[in-house]
Design a protein around this ligand. Structure first.
Ligand SMILES: Nc1ncnc2c1ncn2[C@@H]1O[C@H](COP(=O)(O)OP(=O)(O)OP(=O)(O)O)[C@@H](O)[C@H]1O
Ligand SMILES: [Mg+2]
Length: 428
């Protein structure tokens, strides 16, 4: 049986243009539109089975909260229909539905009666609500003096104690402290077990995966994916990594072009007497007998990429130019966290890949193939180097390159060990 049915729902908002302030402006603007229409939800259809828990995820402004507000009845659709079966309780924006001058206790009465409880029912549940919220004596204070976490505690406690058939939650849990968040999560799992239908909006994909039977991804007001949490979250993360990649590459391009402009300007000024020793780069040193003139990070299709998923392959290309012939050069790489903890370092010597010599004026490239990035979520810095057998640097680029890694699972730390767990009875 369906608890929620959304059919062909479209919602547009009017964005009002700045008001004309002078009479002249008003006369000039008279015949123009005073507002733009913004399509927040575009022909959305969705059914949610009774007793299931469905997560809504998507980037900021994609329409998740708008959809929840339509389900609650705070907003009405322009087109389409919405049917909800049973008592609906919702946790939307923080403090929505509370009267700021009333105390926590008074707001419980007000809020719970709006949700359809009689005074007697509220009296019966009052203590449980206050106990669950852990607000203690603060329950007698006006809620306008509450912190965000305290608002959330009160709102969550009321929303669950009214024993709704359908519970709608919009992100608010994130403002609770870790202990209360865990308590809320446990409570949601309990409600789910008792057959409550839950619609859960969150940017915490770990919580989403833990709680939801199904996840719906909304982008620009449309459903783009609807399926098992793992599959949908995976696709969403790949999409985010791709978006982030585009951003990082365009950032790098503007960075490089502004550096080129700077360099052009400097070269124009000092074209007559250019002293290479004044060409200082704090993150680069060496005698430049061999020069690494470009470093590229590529994905498995050899496309330039700066944002990776854990366990994805990474190829690093070091393009070099030889200014002075050298014997037995060694190329190396190091990967660091942004607080400069060395995660991994290796070189051609360690990996027993020997290069006998590099001839003067030779150019070439070194490709380092990493089959799988066993790194946790975070930003990492890359150092690259070429030096001689004794460690004398030809060219060292110290943490000059960065890339991002995102991981679907919730393990902590910087490396992924991919363990297998086994339980056996008796002695080992
Ligand atoms: N009352 C409103 N008037 C005008 N535009 C609105 C209104 N409410 C929402 N919007 C717009 O509709 C779009 C969807 O907003 P919505 O709040 O649903 O996004 P969301 O997916 O919940 O984002 P977030 O992750 O940031 O909470 C946004 O572009 C927003 O600016
Ligand atoms: Mg929102």
């Amino acid at each position: 049986m369906e608890a929620v049915t959304v059919e062909g729902v479209t919602k547009t908002f009017r964005i009002y243009k700045e008001r004309a302030s002078t009479l002249k402006e008003r006369l000039i603007r008279k015949d123009r539109n005073r507002f733009d229409s913004f399509l927040a939800l575009d022909n959305v259809s969705l059914t949610i089975k009774k007793g299931s828990t469905v997560g809504l995820m998507g980037r900021n402004g994609s329409g998740k909260s708008t959809l929840l507000k339509l389900l609650t009845g705070i907003l009405y659709p322009d087109q389409g229909t919405i049917r909800m079966k049973g008592k609906v309780s919702s946790l939307l924006e923080l403090g929505a539905g509370f009267h700021p001058d009333f105390t926590g206790r008074e707001n419980i009465y007000m809020n719970a009666s709006i949700l359809g409880l009689s005074k007697r029912e509220i009296n019966r549940k009052l203590n449980d609500i206050i106990l669950f919220s852990e607000l203690g004596k603060y329950i007698e204070n006006p809620v306008k003096n509450y912190s965000s976490g305290m608002y959330m505690r009160l709102a969550f406690s009321i929303a669950i104690m009214v024993e709704p058939d359908i519970l709608l939650i919009d992100e608010v849990l994130a403002v609770g402290d870790a202990a209360f968040q865990q308590k809320c999560m446990d409570q949601l799992i309990k409600l789910k077990r008792n057959g409550t239908t839950i619609v859960f909006v969150s940017h915490d994909l770990g919580a989403m995966e833990k709680l939801c039977d199904r996840v719906v991804w909304i982008s620009k007001g449309k459903i783009v994916e609807d399926g098992s949490p793992r599959k949908t979250i995976d696709k969403y993360l790949s999409f985010l990594a791709e978006e982030e990649n585009k951003r990082l590459i365009s950032e790098q391009d503007t960075d490089n072009s502004s550096k080129e402009h700077e360099r052009d300007a400097v070269e124009e000024e000092s074209v007559i007497s250019r002293d290479p020793s004044t060409d200082v780069d704090e993150n680069r040193w060496g005698n430049k007998n061999v020069e690494i003139y470009e470093v590229e990070l590529l994905d498995k299709q050899f496309k330039s990429k700066l944002s990776y998923l854990s366990n994805e392959p990474l190829n690093i290309i070091l393009k070099y130019r030889v200014n002075v012939a050298v014997q037995k050069p060694i190329f190396g790489i190091g990967i660091f966290t942004i607080d400069h903890i060395n995660c991994y370092g290796t070189n051609t010597h360690i990996d027993q890949y020997y290069i006998e010599e590099l001839k003067e004026n030779e150019t070439g490239n070194i490709e380092i193939q990493i089959p799988s990035l066993h790194l946790g979520t975070g930003t990492y810095l890359l150092s690259v180097a070429v030096h001689d057998e004794n460690g004398h640097q030809f060219d060292y680029h110290d943490k000059k390159y960065s890339f991002k890694v995102s991981s679907l699972s919730n393990e902590t730390g910087i490396i992924k060990l991919n363990p297998k767990w086994l339980q056996r009875s008796g002695e080992f």
